[in-house]
Design a protein around this ligand. Sequence first.
Ligand code: G6P
Length: 603
Amino acid sequence: MCGIIGYIGSESAVPVIVAGLRKLEYRGYDSAGIAVYEQDGIKVIKRKGRLAELERHLSEMTIKCSSGIGHTRWATHGEPSDVNSHPHMGSSNKVAVVHNGIIENYKQLKERLEKKGVDFASQTDSEVIAQLCEYYYNGDVLETLIKVSERLEGSYALGIMFHDKPDMFAAVKKDNPLIIGVSEHGNFIASDVPAVLNHTNKVYYLNDKEIAVLYKERVEFFNFDRERLDKSVETVTWSMDSAEKGGYPHFMLKEIMEQPKVLRETIASVKAVDNLDISCYNKIVITACGSAYNAGVAAKYVFESLCRFPSIEVELASEFRYKDAVIDEKTLVILISQSGETADTIAAMREAKSKNAVTLAVVNVVGSAIAKEADYCIYTAAGPEIAVATTKAFSAQLVVLYTIAVAFGTKLGKLSDVESKLLTEEIVALPEKVAAILDDLEYELQKYASTCIGCKSIFFIGRNIDYAIALEGSLKLKEISYIHSEAYAGGELKHGTISLIEDNTLVVAISNSERLYGKIMSNAEQVISRGAKVLLIGSCAGQGGDNAQDSDKLSSIALPECNPLFSPSLSVIALQLFSYYVAANKGLDIDKPRNLAKSVTVE
Ligand code: G6P
């Protein structure tokens, strides 16, 4: 987590860096800080709290400078405080560092440096990098960075300024993302592309153990053998607009509304992996974190139904990486990740590869670690997603996974050409249905959500694939509204959780399968008779609550007809709008929920 940025060029550096930090705030918002050159050396200004705190402080100062580095923090080692904020300086003020990542051996390094008389100011792991840089710095930037990197264990993307080199700064990375943006007026480092999009769409992707040295007019790249690298610049297709709110009160609402377009573009751009012969495999493992994992749970039902594959498992990446999985070269491991940088998903990918499994990644960010390292990669065309709670990237992941399932099912002979064509048509029809939900049901969901802001607990239930989307609905709600929430398979509620149902506890029941409608309605009745109220969402919800014991307690939101296998794409839109409006009614900071970060680059 954490976002880093750096700029050197002909524009005034402070506003450029602060604007970049604003675009990176989704990566962490416990504190923010910058380091710039002034005539008497490097100056660090940093503040606990949101970027706005730092901006308020900066507005009272006049700083003239044309280069600097900046950081927005998601605290790991050391509480959020001014002193634990980045940039960190060496104790002789010769080096300033911004860091994204975790230094695992920082305690040993710190002890060693303290024995040599170095004074530490903070409780962070990151300060050790600044102190180590200063300890080794002899005027030779490359030599220093190589020595420092060789001693660091863990992950890092670093921006580093040296007190006697006002015309340059340097960057190096291992296991955390870093891009180099080149524009007409100057050059950048950044954790992610949106931070530089206002200035340029030309970027270099820095690889692990590569060093970039940035000057106003040029950027030089080196490996750890001090050899100069000839890297090629890439053109980013993401537009600047996609990283702006465009009149919406929150990025989350804007991103919810973008989904018909994102689905259309993703469906049009997905190329089934033709050169991947699914008949060579006897096991599929889907692994991911957070919402991407929930997309994987939904996909398992789709793969099972359409491919009739003998063994399909879905695993949390944080568990899979440590479980000594029974996989081999006949296993296809599907990794799902918006950012392509989630530490646990990267580790799961490496674990799979070490056991000779073949990896297929579904990723949104071009050039990210997972996109680069997986054997096969399919991109979702969601564009930059800024709100911490994912919406459009999740929806794009679903349609990619459906498309893969249809392709595999066809290849395996489990689907006839006619069935495959029909299923493809159903996928192609999804964006219109999503648009209809956004147009027709937003107000209704908003109204219902306004009655829920006092809820202490909300449960989500569903059966089969509706259970998968209940997981996502519940996660969405709790992460942005701070209301306790759990998701259960409808049949499980009575095995314990039903004891939590009190008068007016809300249970959101998802129902898109005619076959299971009666079953989920029985579950709804069981909770209604214990005082709960139920919100029924799904294509079956239009059937009304004729079986419900107490219709005052039952509300329905009917969604368009759809093949149940693809219904997660519709249910999730209603659930996103519901969560959004619950949080909006509570006046919460929806795009940046407390304690969270979008890109989780630590374990
Ligand atoms: C974080 C985000 C979630 C996301 C998860 C996995 O927790 O807040 O929205 O689903 O990470 O991220 P990834 O980038 O791998 O999809």
